[in-house]
Design a protein around this ligand. Sequence first.
Ligand code: 5RP
Length: 291
Amino acid sequence: MADADGILENKDKDYGIGIPVKNQAFFLKGLDNCDWGIKNRMSRIFNPKTGRTVMLAFDHGYIMGPTSGLERLDLSIVPLIEYADSLMCTRGALRSVVPPTSDKPVCLRYSAGSSVLTELNNECILDIQDAVRLNASALAVMVSIGDTFEAKTVENLVRTADYGYKYGIPTMGVTAVGKQMVRDARYFSAASRICAENGATLVKTYYCDGFAKVVNSCPVPIVIAGGKKLPEKEALELCYKAISEGASGVDMGRNVFQSENPVAMIQAVKAVVHDNLTPEQAFEMFNDLKK
Ligand code: 5RP
């Protein structure tokens, strides 16, 4: 039975007198002043050893329906989950396909609205209680700077960040690219910065010439989307350039699940992101793994 001796008796206790408490800087930029829950969830998404993540994106169906490679999520995505550091998907995919025994942190697609068949980005956000119920590690919201729905999508981000701070869940600003937007460093730098200034704790954007300017002018970590399917070597070059110029990882979909060998490809991408393999080394790895 517990007794009071340990509380009342002072001798033999070690108070570490003279040893200052160490203040630890958080390993991801711009987040030192965030709450423990946000930092803890960010530390699940990003590997604290490398400060980087390979997020497997398969949320495309929320605007595109069953796009190539995602016709059967159970067949194409489930075998890839073990290789990803984190997952980005809709609540529909999560509930219907992702095994609840998976320990991978989920960046939940948290905004939804119009599809590719109409005008994109006219979106609302989900119920925060559902995100909590699903144990989301981050909330991803589309932000379309410069297009018709700019104000609405920024409001979605602001509301999401409010909920995120309330419940300790990071918010990911997803920079959309409208048809009339120029995909250059000036645009992505403005869009990423606007996301961060309005509460995003991480930003997903696209690689472009002058990408270091996009990273340096954004106060929180940036991950890059892969975009349309490229030949594997080019996709690995894209990852390498983005990481070399300061990206904290990739949020990649089509270049993984549309690859001729998705399991080999995600491992090659991981080797670039976490082990700094060159594109040539990673492509060799891809070719070895696919044999
Ligand atoms: C779709 C998305 C995707 O998650 C994002 O574009 C990453 O996928 P990909 O690498 O295929 O571009 O936000 O709405």
